[in-house]
Design a protein around this ligand. Structure first.
Ligand SMILES: [Zn+2]
Ligand SMILES: [Zn+2]
Length: 354
């Protein structure tokens, strides 16, 4: 093993550099991973476009202590290259997926199995150096073995799928419900996969017409609705008198949360996934007088969501449907730009060995 590695380092908006870095040294409880696949998501694209918003480049992160340029990458899998005291059952050569979020295990939320809300939560690649590099040091508490036979590309999207699965858990959907899912991009597709895995519900997916909706149909959406002037009447035709039990807003587009509040039936649930691009004005009267529940969802719970995500990837065509390409690290800026411009409909992965 050489003592240095290639890494994609975030400096500022529009400034991500491929640099030679020293190999990270794992501390007790961590392992050194040789990264096999690493993904990027909307958070990375938004930091690239108009950040830093949450990356600790200018101000020190209160928990991780990181301050300055940071290696990207919170969606990655790898091969254990070195262990430490407290590496648990993991040994050199194991192929593992990382949930990326590190929790303390001691605080109230951790004890409630809501580790994503841990008081000391730190995410690799968001709050300290991550996995968009040849190697990364990772706490074993975030690791789950990749099942034998699952391709590296498929395993490479386990972390964002875990986020979708967590969203599905948070949605309040029950068997037999009629659900409207707004957004069929990568996030919406992960939520759809989560809903299909967890519930026997009738899911209608809404987005702009074309390849995304075709993909949603192939992945099990019962109905699809094209955004446009006819959307509301199409929705009424599909749901009829029964109405919509749950609306899941996974597009982030302006106006969608108010739209969801307007459409959901009395006593229904709304799940807001991610942050809307514009702060919405909400009709509090409608929310109260119809006793509407508004839920939110953040990241995922490693112990609950990551292993089932790997299982879904081994038993569905989700990975083939979503993965658009596997690139060398040198492509990172170009791909972040494309993602930020809305030109990637699925997921792209990076293989640092290319
Ligand atoms: Zn992400
Ligand atoms: Zn905690």
């Amino acid at each position: 093993m050489s003592t240095s590695m290639k890494a994609a380092v975030y400096y500022a908006s529009g400034d991500v550099r491929i640099e030679e870095r020293e190999l990270p040294t794992p501390i007790a409880g961590e392992v050194l991973l040789k990264v096999l696949r690493s993904g990027m998501c909307g958070t990375d694209a938004s930091e690239y476009k108009s950040g830093p918003k949450m990356f600790p480049t200018q101000t020190k992160h209160p928990i991780s202590g990181h301050h300055g340029p940071m290696i990207l990458g919170h969606e990655f899998i790898g091969e254990v290259a070195a262990t430490t005291d407290g590496s648990g059952g993991f040994k050199v050569g194991d192929i593992v997926a990382s949930g990326a979020g590190i929790s303390c295990g001691q605080c109230k939320r951790c004890k409630e199995m809501r580790t994503n809300l841990c008081e000391k939560y730190v995410t690799l690649g968001l709050n300290r150096d991550g996995g968009m590099a040849e190697y990364v040091a990772v706490p074993t508490s975030t690791l789950v073995p990749v099942p034998a036979g699952l391709s590296l590309d498929a395993a490479g999207i386990a972390q964002p799928l875990a986020v979708g699965l967590h969203a599905a858990r948070r949605s309040g959907v029950r068997d037999g419900d009629k659900v409207l899912l707004i957004g069929a991009g990568a996030i919406g597709t992960f939520v759809l996969a989560g809903l299909k895995k967890l519930f026997n519900a009738e899911v209608t997916v809404m987005d702009f017409g074309g390849s995304r909706l075709e993909r949603a149909s192939r992945l099990g959406a019962h109905h699809v609705v094209e955004v446009g002037d006819n959307a509301e009447s199409d929705i009424k035709k599909i749901f009829g008198e029964a109405g919509i039990d749950v609306v899941i807003e996974a597009s982030g587009a302006p106006g969608q949360l108010p739209f969801a509040i307007n459409l959901v039936k009395r006593g229904g649930n709304i799940l807001q996934v991610g942050l809307p691009s514009v702060k919405p004005e909400l009709d509090v009267y409608k929310i109260v007088l119809s006793e509407i529940n508004i839920q939110t969802t953040l990241a995922h719970v490693c112990d609950q969501d990551l292993a089932p995500a790997l299982e879904i990837l081994g038993t569905t065509t989700l990975a083939e449907e979503l993965i658009e390409g596997v690139y060398p690290l040198s492509e990172i800026s170009a791909q972040l730009e494309l993602l930020g411009a809305g030109k990637i409909q699925g997921k792209v992965l990076f293989d640092p060995s290319l």
